[in-house]
Ligand binder design. Sequence first.
Ligand SMILES: Cc1cc2nc3c(=O)[nH]c(=O)nc-3n(C[C@H](O)[C@H](O)[C@H](O)COP(=O)(O)OP(=O)(O)OC[C@H]3O[C@@H](n4cnc5c(N)ncnc54)[C@H](O)[C@@H]3O)c2cc1C
Length: 449
Amino acid sequence: MENIVIIGNGIAGISAARHIRKLSDKRIIVISAETDYFFSRTALMYVYMGHMKFEHIQPYENWFWEKNRIELVRGYVTHVDTETKQLQIDGSRAVQYDKLIIATGSKPNKFGWPGQDLHGVQGLYSKQDLDLLEVNAPNKDVCKRAVIVGGGLIGIELAEMLRSRDIPVTFLVREESFWNGVLPNGESAMINEHILDHHIDLRLGTNLKEIVADENGRVKSIIITETGEELPCDMVGLTAGVSPNVDFLKDSGIELGRGVKVDRFLETNMKDVYAIGDCAEQHEAIGNRRPIEAVWYTGRMMGETVAQTICGNRIEYKPGHWFNSAKFLDIEYQTYGWVFSSKGKKEYEAHFHWRHPEEKICITAAFHKDTNQFLGLNTFGIRMRHEVFDRWLTEGRDIDYVMEHLADANFDPEFYKNYEADIASKYNSDFGKSIKAKKRSLKRIFQTA
Ligand SMILES: Cc1cc2nc3c(=O)[nH]c(=O)nc-3n(C[C@H](O)[C@H](O)[C@H](O)COP(=O)(O)OP(=O)(O)OC[C@H]3O[C@@H](n4cnc5c(N)ncnc54)[C@H](O)[C@@H]3O)c2cc1C
């Protein structure tokens, strides 16, 4: 029987294992160093915040794996030999494969800051990081101030987590405005306000110079590059992005860039070796996507795709329209299609921005300047239907149509206030149009409720 070995039990590796099992009777072995069982990394924050126990973020019961004949091995793969098709686990045990899937995810970036390895300095990625956070920042008596370095999605999550225990937080963000490499200016400005409203000491345009140790080798303060200010703190969270977790493959002959290089079929340069999820790097980016996409949905889609190929139906990875969602403190964010940041806007791209006059609710729609084709939408504080935007993007709808029919995509419950009319009125005034926003149909409201 063919031996399929998967390194990594995250969403990518586990999606591959589940789908290979659905499609075949092959032997499946999943090796992972982090935990015995798959868990939802995106929900780690809720464990610290007390909304859930760690067991609750494991989507499958422990018996699921044996029942589905997916063998789980706890251990760290130290070496891959593609000639003998053998792996070394923890430098001692050997495992043979016929086909190998590398799904080893990411690790938090460290940029060589002095003091980055001191006690009290950590990232937020793994279950071990979560456990360490309970040691470094269990409450505001032990951690009188935390400093977070790096203003992305994980940084803001860590800030929210620490604030949930009333721990004072200083948030160092290199950019002049939060996440403005991704978000258009209006949205980025709104999130700056929101962070400050949550009593987080947001320092924009600010870099970490060094982390200073006390006499026991524990963090006692940080120094800011721009001002030289020394800020006392008990914990430092490093959240300046992630990189593929591929160092153990350096002498394997498997082609590496920043991640494991793959073609459209998720195949590496070595026969019978594939890579998926955060650790995979496309030779050439697909459309507007990045060659490495460290997001949940990508891992799941790649896992499903590689399972087909391994089970004899060789198919290309075709991710479809870009979609992502996240949370900025209590503001839900969704993005469909492409809305580039104000800095990274394409020359053909026009933006329409609407923001609620009092509340932190806004949208930005992107469309083609010349053809009016709808290109994408960001929403903050309004929930939309993924499938509706997917359809509109595929159908190549124009921006007028989308603005008129926004109510069809609204996913907020019936009793939520609707803003379609206000949005249409701002759109008409910005662009000299006279569209009329459709109301939500009673049938739709009924379906939602
Ligand atoms: C706090 C946090 C919040 C996030 N929120 C979002 C979100 O809201 N939306 C979103 O789209 N994405 C989010 N992400 C990103 C998302 O979680 C990742 O893109 C996704 O989990 C990656 O899945 P993966 O299967 O590729 O890798 P991983 O989940 O990293 O799994 C890889 C596994 O392989 C193990 N491993 C690595 N090397 C070896 C080795 N040599 N031997 C054995 N095992 C090894 C690792 O320990 C790990 O368990 C978040 C990430 C974090 C950390």
